[in-house]
Design a protein around this ligand. Structure first.
Ligand code: MN
Length: 461
């Protein structure tokens, strides 16, 4: 689906949605219900929509969807009993599970605008869409939702066409892009790149070049090296202070110097010594401390979204971070770098030609951290990139084996089946429950099935 994106057809669909919304916003709609995803991209998208509705004087309500319940159950509590075309729905970044949504929308009178960048679960060309569904999803025109266009980027393009002054809130878009793409800003592509440049030209964000130690850009160089999660720095990440200090001492660099205050020569010597890329990072000039750093701000929202969604919704509007949020952030990073260190050094692993199994069970890594540890181990290439990663172990409460399954983009270039297809294949042969997308997913299996999987994995995948 990612070959030769059709920009013309995508922008036509976007403009149609914009025209329909604009017309009805003037004469018909009196209220909009916005529903967005519980992560940095979703929260930034929601803020953009709220700003838009405020500017055009439409009353609104909002809800956050964490994709853990079915749409039917979730919307049961939200859809008004009395149907009325004066209400419209805007869904941003919440996924394109049209097989579930179409039957619901078919029975309603309201307009449903779905602005999303996740893969669609039905064939859009053979499926008849309800007349009251306005569906804009760039993946159906050949774009890659992860690489080319974040949910907030799409939401920004929609909002700006309705109200040009939304540009002022463009910095929100950059948080969404950073949160979903987890990349240095010089690596952005397509619409993400285009909109980033636009917001930069408007001077709503600033850009710097330097050591790219994402996760710890707001810290001093010692803590930056220790807490960087993108890239994870082997020999520094999660290591004792004294070890990192001695590395910096050898280079003649003051370990307590702020990362962003390093001189060019210092940046170069660290970059050469520790093989750290020099990259571009974005700053929010109106914010302070950790929140000034777009990547760290986005990461904080991603972390808070799971722990305390109202704290996440509040912090995106704040200038400086609360003590509570800072504590949660620091605990998260400390735990993640500890796990990545463990994974690259000590954890028992079992490798076959096509797969690597990491046993994180029995307290080696807390089960709630398995998923993030697996994700960051693949993006950091801590495990062989040409192998499918199965990280997990025995889950005490269910007595099942719970696995986080990941692969790299490099893996996908050489192998046909992505993670979701492999999960389906395993479920067919061995039972179990789970699902995911092409790069990441999760699976629960009985112990006997897991043992068979370990033995026959190369055959199955
Ligand atoms: Mn997203």
């Amino acid at each position: 689906m990612t070959q030769n994106p059709s920009e013309k057809r995508f922008l036509e669909a976007l403009d149609n949605a914009v025209d329909l919304f604009s017309d009805h916003a003037k004469n018909v709609y009196s209220k909009v219900i916005a529903i967005s995803h519980n992560d940095a991209d979703g929260i930034s998208s929601l803020q953009l929509i709220q700003n838009l509705l405020h500017k055009i004087n439409i009353e609104y309500d909002y809800f956050i969807y964490n994709r853990s319940s079915s749409w039917t159950n979730y919307l049961n509590g939200i859809l008004p009993k009395v149907q009325n075309n004066k209400t419209a729905f805007i869904f941003t970044d919440v996924g394109s599970t049209l097989s579930e949504l179409i039957p619901i929308i078919n029975k309603r009178k309201e307009h449903f605008f779905i602005l999303d960048h996740h893969e669609v679960d039905v064939n859009i060309n053979t499926q008849k869409l309800p007349d009251n569904l306005i569906f804009v999803n760039p993946t159906t025109y050949g774009y890659d939702g992860l690489e080319h266009i974040a949910g907030a980027c799409l939401t920004y393009m929609f909002s700006k066409r309705i109200k040009a002054s939304i540009t002022k809130q463009g910095w929100l878009t950059i948080i969404g892009i950073a949160g979903d793409s987890l990349k240095s800003m010089d690596k952005l592509q397509s619409f993400n790149r285009e909109i980033y440049q636009e917001i930069l030209n408007e001077q709503l964000i600033e850009e710097n070049e330097g050591l790219a130690l994402f996760g710890g850009m707001h810290e001093n160089i010692k803590d930056g090296l220790k807490h960087s999660i993108l890239p994870y720095i082997k020999g520094c990440g999660g290591e004792p202070d004294i070890k990192i200090k001695s590395t910096l001492d050898e280079l003649g660099i003051n370990p307590t110097k702020k990362l962003i205050d390093l001189e060019k020569s210092e940046i170069e010597s660290i970059s050469n010594q520790l093989k750290i890329p020099i990259g571009t990072y974005a700053l929010l000039p109106q914010k302070q401390g950790l929140l000034r750093f777009v990547f760290e701000h986005a990461l904080l929202l991603n972390i808070l979204s799971f722990k305390n969604i109202s704290a996440a919704l509040s912090i995106i509007q704040q200038k400086s971070i609360t003590r509570y949020a800072k504590t949660i952030y620091n605990e998260y990073i400390a735990e993640l770098v500890k796990n990545l260190r463990l994974l690259s050094q000590d954890l028992p692993r079992y490798e076959t030609e096509k797969a690597v199994f990491i046993d994180a069970g029995n307290g080696k890594i807390t089960p709630s951290s398995w998923s993030d540890t697996a994700s960051f181990s693949t993006v950091n290439n801590l495990l062989p990139p040409n192998k499918m990663v199965f990280l997990g172990g025995l889950e005490k409460k269910t007595q099942m084996i719970k696995l986080s399954i990941r692969c790299s983009r490099e893996y996908l270039q050489n192998n046909k089946m992505g993670v979701n297809e492999i999960i389906n294949r395993i479920k067919e042969e061995l039972g179990g429950t789970g699902g995911g997308h092409k790069l990441a997913g999760g699976l629960r299996l009985s112990k006997p099935s897991f043992n068979i999987l370990r033995e026959k994995v190369d055959h199955i995948i």
